[in-house]
Design a protein around this ligand. Structure first.
Ligand code: CO
Length: 463
């Protein structure tokens, strides 16, 4: 029986996609043992927005959360999502910060790191991959999936080969916007599986109503694993339900390694939590319904609402159709970046400006200038010549990795935080989210009975 691995996303992506990562540690602590025993390939539980949300909204130390999860989950690998050189945010960090962050994450229990760059510029993930392997963890190289005239099966297969050559232990095809058609998944997976010798995983979202079909075709094409979330927190903007995928695949003769009774126990734990979030409005029923408009205009929901609020502020909502028509043109001019953060905001803002000023690229936001210069990495396709000249002015194109222009920052931050940071984890939290971390440190100080304050002492020796 062929094995199809299942990664559970309830603690990270499903939590993030459906309820803005507001689930507290205490809400899932009692069910961790069962999650560990269910037979999952891995548990995605950290990285992405979990880190920021812990500090900003939940008054939890993200490192402490990881340690506590690891103290219970002894058998199943813990997985995190890392934005390459951006770690968990959108700015580029110097290499010493990236390396220290990964070292600490692995030290506290992360076994597998899924590493991606929004532009698929692998120069932006190579340091993170190198450090992950140095620390003995599994480095999963990631291909961000998008739809454009320059992104095709060959392109994705070449990217997969590059990741294998860079030493990736496995590959993830990351369809973060849920755009991948089942037939395309079949072709892409078939082609990549024929080209590389490492396992290939698929990550998608039910946003447009495709993911279950897409997963099934990917399985038929030979995918090694898929990401699912336990049914109480599945579907909509999250992943397909774990129990359903398990039963569909088992019936077809695939071995998921999962135990349905344990999955049911896990789901029973999360059902009342779902009800609580529905009642409070933290879970908006809207995000549970497929919105296939995204398949037509390629515009993610967040980007559309941004454009609408920009236009409303300018009293120009009547220009929405003109802006929607401008979006694909701007995207083409910028070399077809995947429409994910921060590129989706950049393309949306530029398209809005082009329409409102009545002249294309009369105004160019500084983020777009930085992108054209190469500060975010290499554009997937060719940037329009005229736009490049206008955006650059007298400035030169960056010929190296942007991170190569940055000074080391860890030791300096550590010095600055004397008397505030209790350990290196605090320094890394500060580097990742400076203001948010400072507010959290204040909270911790003012609440001395706060248990996490007492516990965090054990890693000062890690350099
Ligand atoms: Co996702």
């Amino acid at each position: 029986m062929r094995k199809v691995h299942i990664t559970e996303t309830i603690l990270r992506d499903a939590n993030q996609s459906l309820i803005a990562t507001r689930m507290e540690f205490d809400e899932f602590a009692q069910i961790l043992k069962e999650i560990d025993n269910a037979g999952y390939h891995s548990i995605e539980c950290w990285g992405g927005a979990t880190f920021d949300s812990c500090l900003r909204y939940l008054n939890e130390d993200p490192w402490e959360r990881l340690k506590k999860i690891k103290s219970v989950v002894k058998n199943t690998p813990l997985q995190m999502l890392l934005r390459g050189q951006n770690i968990l945010g959108y700015k580029h960090y110097p290499d010493d910060v990236v390396r220290n962050f990964i070292k600490m994450a692995v030290y506290h229990g992360i076994d597998r790191i899924r590493i991606f760059d929004a532009l698929n510029d692998f120069n932006n993930i190579k340091v993170a991959m190198d450090e992950t392997k140095k620390q003995g963890a599994h480095a999963q190289g990631t291909i961000v999936y998008t739809v454009s005239p320059i992104h095709d099966v060959n392109n994705y297969t070449n990217l997969a080969k590059q990741l294998e050559d860079m030493g990736a232990d496995s590959i993830c095809i990351k369809d973060m916007a849920g755009l991948m058609m089942p037939s395309i998944a079949y072709d892409v997976v078939k082609s990549i599986k024929a080209a590389v010798n490492i396992p290939v995983y698929l990550h998608s979202h039910c946003t447009n109503g495709l993911a279950e079909m897409t997963y099934y075709k990917a399985v038929e094409a030979g995918i090694d694993g898929i990401d699912c979330s336990i049914s109480a927190f599945s579907s909509g903007t999250a992943q397909p339900p774990t129990e359903t995928m398990h039963q569909a695949l088992s019936t077809a003769g695939y071995d998921t390694g999962l135990d349905l009774d344990t999955l049911t126990t896990i789901n029973n734990h999360f059902k009342p939590i779902r009800e609580k979030f529905l009642a409070s409005g933290g879970l908006n029923p809207k995000v549970l319904t497929p919105q296939p408009e995204g398949l037509v205009n390629q515009i993610p929901g967040g980007m559309l609402s941004n454009m609408i609020s920009q236009l409303t502020a300018q009293n120009s909502l009547d220009k929405l159709d003109a802006v929607l028509a401008e979006v694909p043109k701007v995207r083409a001019d910028l070399g077809y970046p995947p429409l994910v953060t921060p590129m989706s905001q950049m393309v949306g803002t530029q398209a809005t400006m082009n329409v409102l000023t009545g002249e294309r690229y009369k105004l160019i936001p500084k983020e777009v200038k930085a992108y054209v210069k190469g500060e975010y990495g290499k554009a997937p396709g060719k940037i329009d010549e005229a736009l490049a000249q206008k955006a650059l002015g007298s400035e030169e194109l960056l010929t190296t990795r942007y991170a190569d222009t940055l000074e080391p920052a860890f030791e300096k931050a550590k010095e600055e935080l004397k008397g505030i940071a209790q350990n290196n984890e605090d320094v890394l939290s500060y580097l990742a989210f400076p203001q948010v971390a400072m507010t959290y440190f204040e909270y911790r100080k003012e609440n001395p009975s706060f248990d996490q304050y007492q516990k965090m002492t054990d890693s000062e020796t890690i350099k």
